[in-house]
Design a protein around this ligand. Sequence first.
Ligand code: ZN
Length: 450
Amino acid sequence: MEKDAIKRILILNGTIVTQDLCLRQDLAIHNGIITDCGILDPALFQGYHILDATRKYVIPGGFDPHVHLALPTPAGNSCDDFISGSQAALNGGTTYFMDFVTPRRGQSLREALRLRRLEAAESITGCGLHMGISEWNPKIATEIVPCMEKEGIRSFKTYLAYRESIGIGYDDLRELMSIVGPAGGMVMVHCEDGEMISRLQKELLAEGKTRACYHAMSHPSESEVRAIERVIEISARTNCPVYIVHTSTSRGTDMIAAAKKEGIRVYAETCPHYLLLDDSVYCASLDDLQVMPYIVSPPIRGKSDQQRLWEGLADGTFDVVSTDHCPFNLHGQKDRGMHDFTKIPNGAGSIEHRLSLLFTYGVLTHKITINQFVSLVSTRPAEIFGLGDRKGKLLPGYDADIVIWDPDVNGIISVKNHLQHCDSEIYEGFQVHGRPETVILGGKIIIYPL
Ligand SMILES: [Zn+2]
C-alpha cells in the first residue's frame, strides 16, 4: 500500500505521555483525526496500518509558537524559508509552528498579512501567524480590531528593542494593549529596553569597540529586567494578557513568577540557547567568525541565569520552550557585521533540535519530568495560542499530529547533518539521546520507522 494513501492508523503498545500522566494506551487514527484511545483490540480495527510503539513514547506533535522563516532584514532574509524550515521542524518532531507578519512601516496590517500568508502557504506543516506591530499611529490603532474580527488574528507581537526599525515605545505598547485586551487578544513582547541598547551601542562603537563580542555588552541583563518590569505593569493596568518571549535572565524570571502569583495574566517562554549555552560563547579571545553564530537578542547569559531558567521550567514560571528560530548564514549574512557588531543580523536556528535538546538535557537529567516536557513543547503553546481544542493533546477529536518518540537512539548535532538551511550550527557537537522514530502529520505518516 502507498504510505501516503494510509488513512487509518493504529498505534499499539506505546506509552502515551500527557502533561499529567504516562499511560500504556493505544491510539486509532482515521481521516486525520484521533478517533479512539485506550487499550484497543486490533481485531476491531480491520484495514488499519499498525505501528508498534513498544518501548516508545507517543506524544503530541511539537508546537513551536515562535519562529522567523524568511524574515526580511538588511542582511537578507533569515536563511530558512517556509519549505526548508518546515522540513527541519518535522524532522525534529514539530508539526505546527507560528511565524510572524512584519508589516513595513506605512503598510496596512491586512496587506502585510495577505502577503505573508502567501509565503506561509509553502509550509509543509501547519503554520499560524502572529501580527507584528512595527510602528504605532492612529491608523494602525484602527486596524487592530478588524484584524482580529475579520482575519482571526489573536496575538500581536511588539519589540521594545530595535527602535530604529520595527520597535515601539512603552506608551505605544500601553495603547496597543488597551485595545487588544478588551477585544480578547494577547500581546507578545520582546522585552529589551530599546533606548538603553541604542545608547550602549553608540558608546561602544565610539570607543572603537566594534567586534562581535561587544554585542552582549550592548544588551545587558538590566535592559531585559527593566523592560519586563514595565511590561508586566502595563499588562496589569490595561488588563491585557501578555506573553513574554525568549526570557533570558534570572531576575526577569523572578518577576514573571511574582506576577503570576499576583494573578496577572502573564505567559512566558524561554528558548534552548538560553538553557544550554552560556556567555563564554562571547569570549573576547575567540575569533569574530566563531562568535557571530551566537549573536542573538537577548544575548546568551551567564551560568546563574541558566540555572534559574531551568528552575523556571520545573516550577511552572515558564509555559513554553520555543526556539525563536531565525538562522542567518555566517558567510554572506552574519559576516556583514565584521567591523560593526550592530550590523550582524540577530538570530540562530534550532527548530529541528528543540525536542531532542529538551528531552536530553531536561528530562534525562531530571531537571523536568517527561510530562512537563510535553506540556512545554506542545500542550501549553497550543492552549495559549488558541488551538488547545485541536492540538497539543492525544484525545479523540484531536488532530492526528503525533510523534512516536524513541528514547534509545543517540545522535550528534552537526551542520553536516542538520536539515536547517544554515552554514553554521550553534549546537555543533551536542550529543542528543532520543528523537522521533515516526512523525504523523494530519493523519499521514511523514517520517517512517526504519
Ligand atoms: Zn523572535
